[in-house]
Design a protein around this ligand. Structure first.
Ligand code: CA
Length: 225
């Protein structure tokens, strides 16, 4: 397992490199955003640990460029900033998880293992309920027989709804399972994406119902034949 570490604070980078090596990871450590992006282009890594405060490019910019270039490697963001905005922006830009400095090394290891597990877990089973279907690895869903393109967030939402059809899903569950948030970002992010997804499912018998004060439920309409 090769981990790309992008961290300009040398003492921290050295500590992390040594600790990760002791855990059996091969560590490729670089000190700037440009070097990090260059490494992603030149070698295969299983995970990235990315500091946000870098001397050249902001870590968020590195993340945005990496995702725009099609790199789907799991990214764990390190941030010294306590602002919620950076964390939300990092997740929106495609970070898989984040850690606020200072953090315990054991926690970094646990998060890293979780990322690698999630990335390695293949989703073999196509998800379907009623007249809705989602194939693994496809960026589109099928709605009443028609292919409907989905954004990554819409896809994650639909995947969650289809994995638990007709079940009421509360907001913390949706935030965690579909968006990767283990905190409430204090925005209407769920509602915005649900509204988009509803429009895309318009041709379906299934409906995303609002469960007031709780969350949402995908009513698959199966009982109506
Ligand atoms: Ca830094």
């Amino acid at each position: 397992m090769t981990v790309l570490l992008v961290e300009d604070t040398r003492r921290l980078a050295a500590t992390l490199s040594r600790g990760l090596a002791e855990e059996g990871y091969e560590v490729d450590a670089v000190e700037s955003g440009e070097e990090g992006l260059a490494r992603l282009e030149s070698r295969l890594v299983e995970a990235v640990i990315l500091d946000l405060g870098l001397p050249d490019l902001d870590g968020l910019e590195v993340l945005a460029r990496a995702r725009a270039a099609g790199h789907r490697v799991p990214v764990l963001v390190l941030t010294a900033r306590d602002g919620l905005d950076d964390r939300v922006r990092a997740l929106d830009l495609g970070a898989d998880d984040y850690l606020v400095k200072p953090f315990a090394f054991a926690e970094l290891l646990a998060r890293l293992r979780a990322l690698l597990r999630r990335a390695a877990a293949p989703r073999w089973t196509p998800l379907a309920a009623g007249d809705l279907a989602l194939d693994p690895g496809e960026a589109a869903g099928r709605v009443a027989g028609e292919v409907v393109p989905l954004s990554p967030r819409e896809r994650a939402l639909l995947e969650l709804f289809l994995s638990r059809p007709d079940e009421v899903l509360d907001r913390p569950t949706i935030l965690r399972e579909a968006f990767g948030y283990d905190f409430d970002p204090g925005t209407n992010v769920i509602d915005v994406h649900v509204a988009h997804l509803r429009r895309k499912l318009a041709a379906s018998r299934a409906r995303i119902e609002t469960v007031r004060g709780v969350g949402y439920r995908l009513a698959t309409g199966r009982t109506h034949g």
